[in-house]
Design a protein around this ligand. Structure first.
Ligand SMILES: C=C(O[C@@H]1C=C(C(=O)O)C=C[C@H]1O)C(=O)O
Length: 364
C-alpha cells in the first residue's frame, strides 16, 4: 500500500521531553467532582501530557451510561485551567466536533466504532475542514488495516496534519484472554505504511482487566510505540463505565514505573553486533526460501503424477498427518505452536495452488 499524507511529527505539536506521550484520564467524565479530582491526582503524579475523558460514549446496548455530553465540557476546561494539561475527548459526529471545539478541547479522537464506518468518518472530516486540532484515530473494531488507513486519508484530506493512531485491539468473536485482541501485526503494518504517524497503545481497551495492563504496556513499548492512552479513575471500582480496566492515578504511576522504556537509538558497539546477527538472519532466510523452493519442486512432481493418474489434488488424510507431525516437530524444536500451524497452513495452500495449476496444464 502506497499512501502519502501531509502530517506533522508528534514532537512538533506536543513536548514530551523525548519520552512516550502519555494520555490519561477516566473512561468517562461522570461528575464535575469525579473528573476534577481524577485530573488533579493525575497531574500531581506528573507522568501525563494530555488528559482524556469520554464525554459521549458509544455503548453496545442502550440503557448503559452514555456519557454526560455537553455539560461535561466545562469540567474539561476547568481541569485544564487547574492542571495546565491539555484535554482530549472522543468525537463521533459533526455536532460533537463543534461542541468540543467550542469548549476548547485540545485534541480529539475518533473511536473504533466510528472508524469502521466511512460515511461517519467522512462526516467528521468535513466538519474538521479549516480547523487545526490534533486528531487521533483508533483502529476499527474489526481487523481491517485498509479501513484504518482510509480513515486517515479522509481526515488528512480535510487538512488535519497533527495525526496520531491509537491501537486499541480488535473485537473477539469468542471469549479470549484480552477484551480486544491486540493483533500487533496490524499495527506494525500500519507503522510501515505511515512511519511518521505516532502510534499510541491503548492497553486499557486491549486488556479489559487491570491485571493485564502492565504486560500490554510493556509489549507496546518493546514495539517502540510513541505513547500510551490509559484509563485512570479516582475510584475505579465505582466507575460508571469500564470499571474493571481502570487504575487509580497513583496505581497507574506505579505501573508505569515498572515498565522498561526502550531506547530508540543505539551506539556503535550495539550496531556492530546488530549487523552481525542480522547477517546471520539474512543467510538463514535465504536457506529457508531455498528449502521452500525445493519442497515446491517435489509438490509439482507429485502434482504431475496426480494429473497423469487422475487423482485429486487435496488429500485430507495426508494433510492431517502432515499437520500433526509438523506440530510435533515444531514442539520439539521449541517453536510457538500457533506459528507452526499458520506456517504449514500457508505452505499447504501454496502446494494446493501449485498442484491445481499443474493439474490444468497439458502433460509435456
Ligand atoms: C503434496 C500433496 O498434495 C497436497 C499438499 C500437501 C502438502 O503440501 O503437504 C498434502 C496433501 C495434499 O492436500 C500430497 O498429496 O502429498
Amino acid at each position: 500500500m502506497n499512501v502519502q499524507l501531509n502530517t506533522e511529527p508528534l514532537s512538533s505539536w506536543i513536548d514530551t521531553g523525548g519520552k512516550p506521550l502519555i494520555i490519561a484520564g477516566p473512561c468517562s467524565a461522570e461528575t464535575e467532582e469525579q473528573y476534577l479530582e481524577t485530573a488533579r491526582a493525575i497531574a500531581k503524579e506528573g507522568y501525563a501530557h494530555i488528559l482524556r475523558a469520554g464525554v459521549w460514549k458509544p455503548r453496545t446496548r442502550p440503557g448503559s451510561f452514555e456519557g454526560v455530553g455537553e455539560p461535561a465540557l466545562p469540567w474539561l476546561q476547568k481541569a485544564k485551567e487547574e492542571t495546565g494539561l491539555p484535554t482530549s475527548c472522543e468525537v463521533a459526529t459533526p455536532q460533537h466536533v463543534e461542541l468540543a471545539l467550542k469548549y476548547g478541547v485540545d485534541a480529539l479522537w475518533v473511536g473504533a466504532r466510528t472508524t469502521v464506518n466511512p460515511f461517519n468518518v467522512q462526516d467528521l472530516a468535513d466538519s474538521l475542514k479549516g480547523v487545526d486540532v490534533p486528531v487521533f484515530i483508533k483502529n476499527p473494531v474489526n481487523p481491517d488495516l485498509a479501513l484504518w488507513v482510509g480513515a486517515f486519508e479522509r481526515i488528512a484530506g480535510a487538512g488535519i496534519t497533527k495525526l496520531g493512531a491509537i491501537h486499541r485491539g480488535f473485537s473477539n468473536a469468542q471469549e479470549a484472554k484480552y477484551r480486544n485482541s491486540p493483533m500487533w501485526q496490524i499495527a506494525v503494518e500500519f507503522k510501515s505504511i505511515f512511519p511518521d504517524i505516532p502510534m499510541i497503545g491503548d492497553p486499557s481497551h486491549m486488556a479489559g482487566k487491570r491485571a493485564y495492563l502492565a504486560e500490554l504496556t510493556q509489549r507496546a513499548m518493546d514495539l517502540n510505540y510513541d505513547g500510551l492512552i490509559i484509563e485512570s479513575h479516582r475510584n475505579p471500582d465505582e466507575a460508571w463505565s469500564d470499571a474493571a480496566q481502570q487504575l487509580t492515578p497513583d496505581a497507574l504511576g506505579e505501573m508505569l514505573k515498572g515498565i522498561e522504556f526502550r531506547n530508540e537509538t543505539y551506539g556503535a558497539d550495539f550496531q556492530d553486533e546488530l549487523e552481525r546477527l542480522r547477517g546471520r538472519l539474512d543467510n538463514l532466510d535465504r536457506e529457508l526460501l531455498e528449502v521452500i523452493a525445493a519442497r515446491m519442486a517435489v509438490v509439482e512432481q507429485l502434482g504431475e503424477y496426480k494429473r497423469d493418474n487422475n487423482v485429486a489434488v487435496l488429500q485430507l488424510d495426508r494433510w492431517n498427518k502432515v499437520h500433526d507431525s509438523r506440530a510435533e516437530w515444531g514442539k520439539s524444536l521449541n517453536l510457538y505452536n500457533e506459528t507452526v500451524e499458520e506456517l504449514f497452513k500457508l505452505i499447504h495452500m501454496e502446494s494446493i495452488r501449485k498442484q491445481t495449476e499443474v493439474m490444468n496444464q497439458q502433460p509435456a
